[in-house]
Design a protein around this ligand. Structure first.
Ligand SMILES: NC(=O)c1ccc[n+]([C@@H]2O[C@H](COP(=O)([O-])OP(=O)(O)OC[C@H]3O[C@@H](n4cnc5c(N)ncnc54)[C@H](O)[C@@H]3O)[C@@H](O)[C@H]2O)c1
Length: 328
């Protein structure tokens, strides 16, 4: 069994390769070549909850479980409040092959999800983007956008402008080689009508931008909302979108407030969902039809993404002799 540390994971799977892995994961979701039971959630006292997210991906022969704990009190003890660990299992023998950092894995595969959708759906000549949220997911969301389009400018906007400025400065240095200018904005209104891509990666429960300001042809990735009530996207923009794609129809119809709230109000029906991103990647349905269309990709996150990305990291670790071997 290999234990693979965060720094090793970073070296092993660059964003471009993570995007390829997640594209395969999405295709397998749409072809139903995986088994993902509902996650199990147990409350254990200490104001804590432990979530077990299992799955088996037939297409690659790996199973796995991501264990994510939510312990708000941990922060006071100087410990992570949402620690996560991924356990990867060989589907042919049932033997655990690797254990790795689930927090970084989540960031990487969630960034890669937006990367895969942006590559498939955004205009080829997209030049400007805006990222809402400067928290845990933000770095990989930005990295993914820079990996799939030759962007000239990316605006970042969070609730705390000082944090957004610090994030923009840090990202400008780290991703200097991509040649994009990365700038913090306190309010998005002044720049929204310029951008070709919008990514929302926030914990907001209410829409984070003014839907009347977006321009034709914009592509939107919405990753933040994960309950039937949470909305990051203004209803106006969901209603006027020409094509709406999801990571999983079933999961989004259960969890994605961005779609469920306007449905519950009777403003749209399930037919507003054009299809799954996996169907686009398989060539079963078209992505964007014209330069003027507004496209949306809504993801809530799937265990299949974790397993496929973790398997890729494990295979590369074996190839390159990285990770620490643990005999049990
Ligand atoms: N779709 C997926 O697969 C997936 C995966 C991981 C996390 N998530 C979700 O993504 C969201 C972000 O995760 P995170 O780890 O970055 O959270 P975080 O708490 O680290 O950061 C949240 C960010 O949201 C910003 N924010 C909140 N309200 C805002 C508003 N109204 N306008 C602009 N910015 C606002 C905050 O400033 C902060 O930067 C969470 O809801 C999380 O559950 C989804």
């Amino acid at each position: 069994m290999l234990v693979i540390g965060t720094e090793e994971m970073k070296k092993l799977l660059p964003m471009k390769e993570a995007i390829e892995a997640v594209k395969e994961a999405y295709k397998m979701v749409s072809e139903e070549r995986c088994y993902v039971p509902l996650r199990t959630n147990i409350s254990v006292g200490h104001n804590g909850q432990i979530l077990f997210m299992p799955g088996y991906v037939d297409g690659i022969g790996f199973a796995g479980v991501k264990i994510v704990s939510v312990y708000p009190e941990n922060a006071k003890k100087g410990l992570p409040s949402v620690p996560a660990t991924m356990v990867l299992i060989d589907g042919t023998t049932g033997i655990v092959k690797a254990v790795m950092d689930g927090t970084y894995l989540t960031r990487l595969r969630t960034g890669a999800a937006s990367g895969a959708a942006t590559e498939a759906l955004a205009k080829k000549d997209a030049k400007k983007a805006i990222l809402f949220g400067t928290g845990g997911q933000a770095r990989e969301q930005l990295w993914a956008l820079l990996s799939v389009r030759k962007l000239e400018e990316v605006y970042v906007c969070g609730k705390d402008f000082e944090k957004a400025k610090e994030f923009a400065g840090r990202m400008s240095r780290e991703f200097e080689d991509y040649g994009a200018k990365i700038t913090a904005v306190e309010k998005a209104d002044g720049v929204l009508s310029e951008v070709d891509i919008i990514t929302t990666a926030t914990t907001s429960r209410t829409p984070v931008f003014d839907g009347s300001l977006v321009k034709k042809g914009v592509h939107i990735n919405a990753i933040g909302s994960f309950t039937p009530e949470m909305q990051e996207l203004p209803e106006e923009v969901v209603l006027k979108a020409d094509r709406v794609f999801v990571d999983s129809r079933e999961a989004c119809l259960a969890e994605a407030g961005d779609l469920l709230v306007p449905m519950k109000k009777g403003l749209m029906g399930e037919e507003k969902i054009t299809g799954e991103i996996g169907e686009v990647l398989l060539g079963k349905i078209r992505g964007r039809n014209s330069e003027d269309e507004i496209t949306i990709f809504k993801s809530v996150g799937l265990a299949v993404q974790d397993i496929v990305t973790a398997a890729k990291i494990y295979e590369k670790a074996v190839e390159q002799g990285l990770g620490s071997n643990l005999e049990i």
